[in-house]
Structure formats: structure tokens, C-alpha cells
Design a protein around this ligand. Sequence first.
Ligand code: COA
Length: 316
Amino acid sequence: MPRLRPWADATAAEMAAGFAAAGARWRSVLAWDTGDLWPALERARTTGRLDGLVRRDASGAMSGWTYYVGRDGDLLCGALSAATPDDTAALVDAVLATPAAAAASRTVVFAFSDAPALDDVLRARSFVSDPYHYLVRSLPTGARRGNAGRAWDVRDLDATAELLRVCYGAHDPVRPFVPHGRPSEWRQYAGDLVMGQGCGRFRPTLSLAVPGEDGVLDAIALVTDLGEGTAHLAQLAVRPSVRGAGLGATLVTSVEAQCAAAGFARLSLLVSESNRGARRLYARAGFSERAHFTCAARPERRLTSPALATSQATGA
Ligand SMILES: CC(C)(COP(=O)(O)OP(=O)(O)OC[C@H]1O[C@@H](n2cnc3c(N)ncnc32)[C@H](O)[C@@H]1OP(=O)(O)O)[C@@H](O)C(=O)NCCC(=O)NCCS
């Protein structure tokens, strides 16, 4: 009989094989080197700092795994690997049955995953989906430096978080990060992006900031290095009051020129299905789709406050 166990019970060799298969997929499909990520995950697994599950087939061999983490009231599932649709469904159901899911106000799956039938499994369990397109554009060799903004500086961190808050709005039920749009969540998000490695290594000298009046930023383009010759446009944001004048497109052109001059072969980015304006901008700039990331969320039944209960009941 197939069975599910906490991933703490798996051997290091089993997990190493699972991580190596996932890493090979990221490299070949996305041209994204996640080599630093898997040892960090393994340390978090073996020290009990990160929960996960493994599924075994009838012979006892590992046929799938996933991990999940609580954050800002969400339960976030960050990867899911499975051999069959049954493995996918069993792992999703097991995550939803954890005490961590029962304590969360929302469960979110955000993962590059080719787990069989993942999107169908999530839909059947009332998840609302807004997939992210992974777009790539080859960069010309010998491009010249662009002309928008100035290099991003670490002193721009607070202004960047504030600009992202203004640009993305307060709350989005499917957004995989910053669930409530609080200023503290945006600061954490911006800090993770420039100091963490979840989305590649941040490259301040390839990133751009466009100062506005009174110390605010009007626009930013944040760039990371994914290895494998891939630069990644991790964020592009233009203040609503100066949109529609070509600043977003100019920032993309400038980032392309800088990344090409720095020796990168391609520029990639993630954009959600529902973000039609940004997708048009990227299509015109010559990006094309290479893969998609599953992004799906479902509110959990636990109501944390009368205000939330009211907003959930009214759909506000
Ligand atoms: C996406 C975003 C960065 C675009 O910024 P922008 O400065 O408005 O971009 P542009 O002006 O270059 O292009 C936007 C539109 O203005 C139009 N435009 C460009 N130059 C123009 C001009 N001189 N006059 C009028 N309109 C113009 C473009 O044709 C485009 O039209 P479209 O809506 O049909 O695509 C901005 O909307 C934003 O910050 N959104 C929220 C954050 C976000 O979603 N970021 C992307 C994450 S992947």
C-alpha cells in the first residue's frame, strides 16, 4: 500500500535524488541554477525547521514529496514532486489535513512543478488559480547601456517596499506573497528579494531606480542572477500616476542592454496570467513563454476575526 510520512523520516540519499531531479528540471527547462537552494532545504529538513511529506509506493520507494511553511497567516506549499496523479492528489490532501493548514487563513501553492494533474487536483479542491508565465528573451550581444533611471542602492529599500505596496494594491486573494498588502509584509518581501536567494542572487548594479519627488521612487526594475547565463527581472513597478508614458517599456529596454553588456545570454521574468497590461508590455518587448508556474490559493474555513468573517461572507 502507498503511504505518506513526514519527510523527516526520509533518508538523505532519497531526498538528494529527489532534489537532484528537481534541480535538473529547473536547469534544463528554465535555465535556472538552483544549486544553492537544495542544500539549504536539506539543512532545514534535517534540523526540523521546515515541514514536508514524502509519499512511498507499494514497494516502499519514494514516489513524491512536498514541503510547506506558514507565513503571514498563509500556509505556503513551495514545491511538489510526484510520479502519478494519485501521488499528486495524496500529497495535496495530506498538506490540507495538517494542523498547519487548519491554523492558516489561506493555503497557497506556488511552485514550478510538473507533478501530474496538479492544476486539476487543486481545482477539484476549490483552489482559485492564477498561473505565472515564465517568459524568456535572448539578449543581443554587445548591446549598449540603457538610459532609464540610476543604479539601485540599498538605501532605496524602504522606498522600494513602499512603491511595491502602492503598485500592487492592498489585498489579492491569489497573490502568492504579501497576502494582506501590509507595509511590514512589503518590507519583508523587498528585503527577502534583495538579500535572500529564493529568486536568484540580487544584482544591484543591474537594477534601476527612477527617483520621483520628495524622496519617493517613481519606478524600479530589480534584477537577479539565476546562473546559467540567465538574468531575471524579479520586479518591475511604475507608480500609477506616471504610467502609460512608456517608462515601463524603457526600463525593460535598459535592463536588457545592461544585462547584455554584463555578459548574460537571456533575460527571464514571471508574470501572472491576470496581469494583462504587463503581459502585453513583455510580448511587445519580444519575450516568449518557456514554462508556467502553478499559483493557486484557497481560503481556509477558520475565521480569524469578525472583520474577516464579514469580508469572507460578503466576498468583499
Ligand atoms: C506593468 C507596469 C510596470 C507598466 O508600466 P508603464 O510605465 O505604464 O508601461 P508603459 O507606459 O511602457 O506601457 C503601458 C501602456 O502604456 C502605453 N504607452 C506607452 N507609451 C505611451 C505614451 N507615450 N502615451 C500613452 N501611452 C503609452 C503602452 O502602449 C502600454 O499600453 P497597453 O496597456 O496597451 O499595453 C505598471 O503598470 C505597473 O507597475 N504595474 C503594477 C506592477 C506590475 O504588475 N509589474 C509587473 C510584474 S511582472
